[in-house]
Ligand binder design. Structure first.
Ligand SMILES: [Zn+2]
Ligand SMILES: [Zn+2]
Length: 279
């Protein structure tokens, strides 16, 4: 499969000259089948989904948008997704089943409707469907997808494992493993759901919003440090880690500094907007 990193930032977009190399768009990853002309699956709809439109060669998106959770940085690009908001699009949008039983459209509309926003999800142009998914394994857009609930903060959050016949991707952009305790390394517990999602993966794309020294003061905001992602990948036998969901005030030079911390760990790379990964 091919991954296009369309947005790698967490919390809120980060425009400006200090953010050009790693990019300022919030979470969005486009996944294509081997040899396909464009992506079949889009993970999260942060502002990066605007950049995803360029992957369709001027055509419409006909595929699935799969959300990990409903926070703004994973949703607010949706009405600005030009390849989706057009008459010839055909899109299935899937999000985690909500604990209160609310359906997918009304859950989305809590953030996307007047007075917060001028239109509702059902007013997007094209053929859209909206549904909730439960934890478990299912077929989505030609991929086998395993969904598991993982701890974050404020709203139910899923991590995903996405496989085709050749390769497997694990995606956990927002994850607070310290919810289950400090774990053996002090960065959070290597809990069963996380290990299951990463087992058998070729690449882990994981929350690295925090530095290890920020964890004690800031872990209540719901995030991880890169050392946790690396520890999880090693325990699960995953050979490559992409540190993702960079804090919005982390400039290019601050992210370069983080990259130097992991220079001794060849499996670790920092996600940068516009990068392509072939698995
Ligand atoms: Zn986020
Ligand atoms: Zn979040």
């Amino acid at each position: 499969m091919r991954l296009d990193l369309c947005g790698v930032r967490g919390s809120t977009a980060a425009p400006g000259a200090e953010f050009l190399r790693y990019g300022g768009h919030t979470s969005c990853l486009a996944v294509s089948h081997d040899g396909a002309e464009g992506p079949a699956l889009i993970l999260d709809a942060g502002t990066g989904i605007r950049a995803a439109s360029a992957l369709f060669g001027g055509g419409a998106f006909r595929g699935t948008i799969l959300l990990t959770h409903l926070h703004w940085d994973h949703l607010q690009g949706l009405p600005f997704f030009a390849a989706g908001d057009r008459e010839d699009s055909n899109i299935s949008l899937l999000l985690p089943e909500q604990p209160d039983g609310a359906d997918a459209v009304s859950t989305l509309a809590r953030a996307m409707s007047p007075p917060h926003f001028p239109m509702e999800p059902t007013q997007l142009r094209g053929d859209w469907s909206f549904a909730s998914i439960a934890p478990g394994e299912t077929q989505i857009a030609g991929f086998t997808v395993l969904a598991r609930e993982i701890p974050h903060k404020g709203g139910r959050t899923f991590g995903y494992r996405i496989s085709d016949q050749h390769s497997t991707l694990s995606y956990m952009p927002d994850h607070r493993p310290t919810a289950f305790g400090p774990g053996p390394d002090g960065f959070g517990e290597y809990h069963d759901a996380a290990l299951e999602l990463v087992s058998g993966s070729d690449l882990l794309v994981h929350d690295a919003q925090l530095l290890r020294e920020e964890l004690a003061a800031e872990q209540l905001f719901g995030h991880s440090c890169g050392e946790y992602a690396l520890g999880l990948a090693r325990r699960a036998g995953c050979p490559a880690v992409l540190l993702f969901h960079h804090r919005p005030d982390r400039t290019d030079s601050a992210l370069d500094e983080i990259a130097r911390r992991f220079a001794k760990d060849p499996e670790v790379t920092l996600a940068a907007q516009g990068a392509v990964v072939n698995l």
